[in-house]
Write a protein that binds this ligand. Structure first.
Ligand SMILES: [Zn+2]
Length: 146
């Protein structure tokens, strides 16, 4: 069996170069993030969660939404190890993950993970949210290994 490649610490991308756009369906998620609350879009009629948020519930077609505060924890569903900063092409180790969110069945969120070596990220790893300031006063949820 080959030796595991050693990448080193999984870094978060610097927030200065991260810009987001919002729309009426996504803005409540981002407003909650400013308050360091992780949320997901839940149908106020039938309770079905959906991420990304959309105008209508795919289960019952209701337009009514709720934005409950989630525990802020989750489980890594998938990941990739990247070695270049997309902003400038310089060597930079970061690990985009897809997280199954606790408290919102069926929802997944794309983010980055830190608090461990890149080579130690695994599917099934438990993570907890942390908050990264980004451009224009917004705040991005990322995750830390627990
Ligand atoms: Zn519904």
């Amino acid at each position: 069996m080959a030796d595991k490649i050693q990448y080193g610490p999984a870094l978060l991308l610097p927030g200065d170069n991260i810009h987001i756009t919002t729309n009426p369906d996504t803005e409540p998620f981002w407003e909650a993030a400013k308050e360091h609350r992780l949320t997901a879009c839940e149908c106020a009629k039938c309770g079905h969660f959906r991420m990304p948020p959309s105008p209508y519930c795919p289960e019952c077609s209701s337009r009514d939404k709720k934005w409950p505060t989630l525990p802020g924890t989750g489980t890594v569903f998938s990941f990739a190890i990247c070695n270049k900063n997309p902003a400038n092409g310089e060597d930079y180790i970061y690990v985009p993950i897809v997280v199954d969110l606790d408290g919102a069945p069926g929802t997944r969120l794309n983010a980055n993970v830190t608090g461990c070596k890149a080579e130690d990220v695994t599917i099934g790893m438990k993570v907890t949210v942390e908050w990264t300031p980004i451009a224009d006063g917004w705040v991005l949820p990322n995750f830390r290994a627990v």
